[in-house]
Design a protein around this ligand. Structure first.
Ligand code: SF4
Ligand code: MSK
Length: 668
């Protein structure tokens, strides 16, 4: 019998085999043993009250099955979906709330280890928020920005500050269907209220509030988090990094940051590279300190400092099994509690840092932004002190791949024309001419229930072959980076002729790493800029663009999928549908949302069908926009994309910077 492939990552496969040979259990084995409950999997189980749980199953369940209270299958499936959206929104947005408080504390001087690094971004954000900034002290503006964002959480009426960033027509659609979000906390609370026993029972009505909650995530929590992180730590610009397990060093202290929050990790970047700590590491026999990352905390420090990543969600246990991690800090979200027991089989210290999250058996060093540097020093010292305890055992692999990350919305604009002529015109023109067929956001988790990272890899290659430009975030980026796809050379080797020319002219990879999961908000700002640029759709809806999360597992992914659908993007998720038991709910989320918003949320487990659906959506949008029919290798006339030499000519007044892979650095 053929052995089941558990991960499509070559190094991951080696480590999984080593773990099996050494009787170590991982999520891959647990996923095999523990099959999903078929009732819960399709949304047919209700447990919102203690007359249940009610399982709405049977031959004619859709027509006949009722819970003890009389709830139909459609009500139950819709309620389950809305609760997932609420939980995902709460996670991103609670992270954003902490970022707002850090900005406030940095601006008042209470968090002395933080300061506003990107003043230009602060001013841009202040401008959008209608906050006066000219001639004012930077910290005063920072305080006003933080306080204005904080109002978005508790606002009861009106609308979120950032709704106005969306194209006018997109806003009008939200108003027409009553889904403009008011306050983030309000939408989450109302979602929980409506889905409690005996409240909202109409599936469409329920799901509309689900969309309003999801919009509070996308244009609220996620966007606030992205912008404040840029303000505090710098707006990303292209930067070299590496990915996969070969980033661990045999002769240095390996300290890994895992989770989602960037604040402590930023300070750890500083502290771990300080001479004081390097000297201390040497006293313990190490040559230095190697800071690396996992999941989205990794993406945050990769985007701004080029800190290497050991990969996404399903790599966390495998990293420990290398035996090379001396300490792993974990903050919030996507942390498997299993890593604590596993770490005890090696020497690795798991350190929980968030006041909101602890795992029994882990070491606890609680993070407090008012003493960030001292806490970071304690953590780095713990990792160094643990280095001499490292044993030779573990599955050491040395494979790693170079990647280029750091594609913020601001940089993508800059790279299309330089400091003076930056715009989205060249991208829009390339799409109009058929050189770029469309754009796909390839995002979401990796998942042990499929050959992990395999669907990301398959779709990434097939899409770029078909001249589709990919923007990626979260574990989608980790999967592509760990496969070596995030380099400009990939365009030469794998991309279709049109996309290859565009990537060559600008010097970019065909898959642009936009950052962490919260940075999906960057895709919203890019789509808005493309709409404003003209020539395509004048709203997000109708663009030749699709969102895909082929291996999703988190409720956060559901919230993201729904905010894209409500913003006008067709979205395709992998795996079995969590509302599959109800054809009514499935219809609402595909056909009804398509009619109202030109967005949808599909679930499709077959990757080939996902690809087909994606290309069909893109081609249908091209046809609607009356763009040239896409034919590989045949393009219409368009403006010439400026290469480096041409750009230098028009930019002689600008200060030249060192390029990365043919890309100039942004001015800020
Ligand atoms: Fe059952 Fe209704 Fe209670 Fe749900 S709310 S568990 S369907 S009785
Ligand atoms: S970390 S939400 S596994 S993308 Fe953002 Fe990855 Fe999914 Fe977590």
């Amino acid at each position: 019998m053929n052995k089941v492939v558990k991960s499509a990552g070559s190094s991951a496969g080696v480590i999984i085999q080593w773990a099996e040979d050494h009787k170590l259990e991982t999520c891959f084995e647990r996923a095999e043993k523990l099959k999903p409950c078929p009732i819960g999997e399709t949304g047919a189980c209700c447990k919102v009250c203690h007359m249940g749980p009610c399982r709405l199953i049977g031959k004619n369940a859709e027509e006949e099955a009722r819970g003890v209270c009389g709830a139909t299958l459609s009500t139950v499936a819709a309620r389950n979906m809305v609760r997932m959206i609420a939980a995902g929104t709460a996670a991103h947005s609670d992270h954003a709330r902490d970022m707002a408080y850090t900005l406030l504390a940095a601006s008042t001087g209470e968090a002395k280890d933080f300061m506003i690094k990107d003043v230009k971004k602060l001013y841009r954000v202040a401008d959008i928020l209608g906050i006066e900034f000219e001639g004012r002290p930077v910290n005063d503006v920072g305080k006003d920005v933080a306080n204005t964002f904080l109002q978005d959480f508790g606002r009861q009426l009106g609308e979120l500050n950032y709704c106005k960033r969306a194209p006018k027509k997109t806003q009008e659609r939200w108003k027409k269907y009553g889904i403009t979000p008011r306050g983030i906390d309000r939408e989450v609370v109302e979602a929980m209220h409506r889905t409690a026993i005996g409240v909202d029972h109409d599936p469409d009505h329920l799901l509309s509030h689900g969309l309003r909650t999801a919009l509070a995530d996308g244009w609220g929590g996620c966007m606030i988090s992205t912008d404040i992180t840029d303000i505090l730590f710098g707006t990303p610009k292209p930067i070299k990094a590496e990915a996969s397990f070969g980033i661990f060093k045999e002769d240095e202290v390996n300290l890994i940051v895992h989770g989602h929050e960037p604040t402590l990790a930023e300070i750890l970047v500083d502290v771990s590279s300080s001479q004081e700590m390097i000297d201390y590491a040497k006293t313990k026999g190490a040559k230095g300190i190697n800071l690396g990352g996992m999941c989205c905390t990794a993406n945050e420090v990769l985007m701004r400092h080029g800190i290497p990543t050991a990969g996404g969600f399903t790599n966390q246990e495998l990293g420990i099994i290398t035996g090379l991690i001396d300490a792993m800090t974990v903050d919030v979200q996507c942390i498997m509690p299993a890593i604590v027991d596993l770490s005890k089989k090696f020497h690795t210290k798991i350190i929980t840092t968030s006041p909101k999250a602890h795992i029994t058996g882990a070491v606890r060093v609680e993070y407090d932004e008012h003493h960030a540097k001292d806490i970071a020093k304690t953590i780095v010292k713990m990792a160094i002190d643990n280095y001499p305890n490292r044993k030779a055992e573990g599955s050491h692999v040395t494979e790693k791949f170079p990647l280029i990350g750091g594609f913020s919305h601001e940089y993508i604009e800059y790279m299309q024309g330089g400091r003076w002529r930056g715009s989205f015109r060249p991208l829009n023109d390339a799409i109009m001419a058929g050189r770029v067929r469309g754009v796909v956001g390839l995002a979401g988790c990796d998942n042990p229930r499929v050959p992990s990272t395999g669907l990301h890899k398959y779709l990434a290659v097939e899409l770029i072959k078909n001249d589709v430009l990919i923007v990626s975030t979260g574990c989608g980026s980790a999967a592509c980076g760990s496969a070596g796809y995030m380099t400009p050379e990939t365009a030469l080797e794998l991309a279709g002729p049109g996309l290859r020319e565009v990537c060559e002219a600008i010097g970019i990879p065909p898959i642009l790493h936009l950052g962490a999961c919260v940075d999906n908000s960057r895709i919203l700002t890019i789509a808005t800029a493309m709409a404003a640029e003209g020539g395509l759709s004048d709203e997000i809806a109708g663009m030749p663009a699709v969102g895909i999360a082929p291996e999703w597992m988190s409720e956060k992914a559901i919230a993201i999928g729904c905010y894209f659908a409500a913003s006008g993007v067709p979205v395709i998720f992998g795996g079995e549908s969590p509302v599959g038991a109800s054809s009514e709910v499935t219809k609402i989320m595909t056909e009804v949302w398509m009619e109202r918003f030109m967005g949808a949320l599909h679930f499709e487990p077959d990757p080939e069908k996902m690809l087909e659906m994606t290309l069909n959506y893109i081609d249908a949008a091209r046809e609607r926009l009356k763009l040239r029919k896409y034919e590989p290798g045949k393009f219409g006339a368009e403006r010439v994309l400026m290469d480096m030499a041409a750009r230098r000519e028009i930019k002689n007044a600008a200060v030249p910077h060192a390029g990365v892979g043919g890309i100039n650095e942004s001015e800020g």
